[in-house]
Design a protein around this ligand. Structure first.
Ligand SMILES: [Zn+2]
Length: 396
């Protein structure tokens, strides 16, 4: 979704966007080109205001130091949005990945129409755009959404948590923002996988799986350095992997015994005997805290959920032989509490050679994974062809 052929300027800009400042010599080595090529590329990128060059503060080498090349983080940013189940987020993210400013608003679980969500996001986004330093430029807009997204136009084809079917989310948000920029929309777990792959726990790994818990459970699979998103962009619905068809819990998708039905928020809260009115991450964390404090019903619920999670993970490791599995969102809370059950399942049921090296962890980017992924989506066009977009217009 953000891969493809990049111009040489884009390759260089991506290196400093991901790694931070690098010397011209390091860039030449990473890109496999000579230093005069790097010189020509940096000249064009500096002219466009996308990088800056400076003499390194200290060098132990004799002779003229190689100039440091840094992304123009103080000038170029993207707007990134995240529609999660309980929370709406807007952030201004610098080229280079640093979150410069953010706004959040609670999101009611029921009755959140497209117009309501778009209005709330656009209000926060417009505020971030207005308060950006004079002369800075917005290179793109990206949004993370907890549902199945059509890549081409950011249409939410299916968003069970909000009851959305075929809602033109990307187009509506773009129109309401009025920046003249399209809004690239991605599935939250796809974007979480992307962010952790680019600059998180899985940086440098070519094969990883990201499991994201919200009310439901989503996934993102990186194979050979690329997101495996399928024919229409709807792949990696790991939450709807069938694990318990006989007598399993009813799933939001209409099926029965999906992984999401067995390990999602409601499964844990029901198993712990919590009332239907208890929802959200705080309720999940309360069960986990009670389990740790010795509450037997809560502890049994955590063990049971951990076992089902382990069954899902076993299938994923056997199928994809990932180097790493990352548990994000509420799955990070569940995984931390039930890691022993997950590991027991892996030891019992994964083919020995496939479990030799697999690492299990939580996101390095914490709860920023989805926003960071949306920012990567927003920067994708710029990084593919930095000089091809014409002049980036300053915000003020
Ligand atoms: Zn399902």
């Amino acid at each position: 979704m953000v891969s493809g052929v990049s111009k040489a300027e884009g390759v260089l800009l991506r290196h400093v966007h991901v790694a931070g400042p690098l010397t011209r010599a390091e860039l030449a080595e990473r890109m496999g080109v000579n230093r005069s090529t790097v010189l020509a590329l940096t000249a064009r990128l500096a002219q466009a205001g996308l990088i800056s060059e400076h003499v390194p503060l200290a060098t132990h080498r004799v002779g003229r130091p190689s100039l440091m090349v840094a992304p123009a983080a103080d000038r170029v940013h993207a707007l990134a949005f995240d529609v999660a189940v309980d929370r709406l987020t807007a952030a201004r993210v610098a080229l280079g990945g640093q979150v410069l400013a953010r706004r959040t608003a609670p999101r009611p679980r029921a009755g959140a129409d497209l117009e309501v969500v778009v209005e709330a996001l656009a209000t926060m986004g417009t505020d971030l755009h207005r308060t950006a330093p004079a002369g800075s430029v917005c290179a793109g807009v990206g949004a993370s959404y907890c549902g199945m997204i059509r890549r081409a136009d950011g249409m939410v084809r299916y968003g069970p948590d909000l009851g959305w079917v075929d809602q033109a989310f990307g187009a509506a948000l773009g129109a309401r923002l009025g920046l003249g920029l399209p809004v690239a929309v991605g599935n939250e777990a796809h974007l979480g996988a992307l962010a952790e792959h680019v600059r998180g726990a899985g940086a440098g790994l070519r094969n990883l799986i990201y499991l994201h818990g919200d009310v439901g459970v989503g996934g993102g699979i990186i194979v050979g350095g690329e997101l495996l998103d399928g024919d229409g962009g709807y792949g990696c619905e790991l939450g709807h992997m069938l694990v318990n068809p006989y007598g399993g819990r009813r799933c939001s998708c209409g099926s029965r015994g999906c992984l999401e039905a067995e390990v999602g928020e409601r499964a844990l809260l029901d198993a712990a005997g919590r009332p239907a009115s208890a929802t959200g991450r705080d309720a999940v964390r309360a069960v986990i805290a009670d389990a740790a404090a010795g509450d037997r019903r809560a502890a049994a619920a955590v063990r049971s959920i951990g076992d089902w999670l382990g069954i899902g993970v076993v299938n994923l490791i056997n199928l994809f032989n990932p180097a790493m599995l990352i548990f994000g969102g509420t799955m990070s809370d569940v995984y931390r509490a039930a890691a022993d059950r997950v590991r027991f399942r892996i030891a019992s049921n994964v083919l020995p050679v496939s479990r030799e090296r697999v690492q299990l962890c939580t996101p390095l980017l914490g709860d920023d994974t989805t926003v960071a992924g949306a920012a990567e989506l927003a920067f994708a066009d710029l990084l593919a062809d930095p000089l091809g977009q014409g002049a980036l217009a300053p915000t003020a």
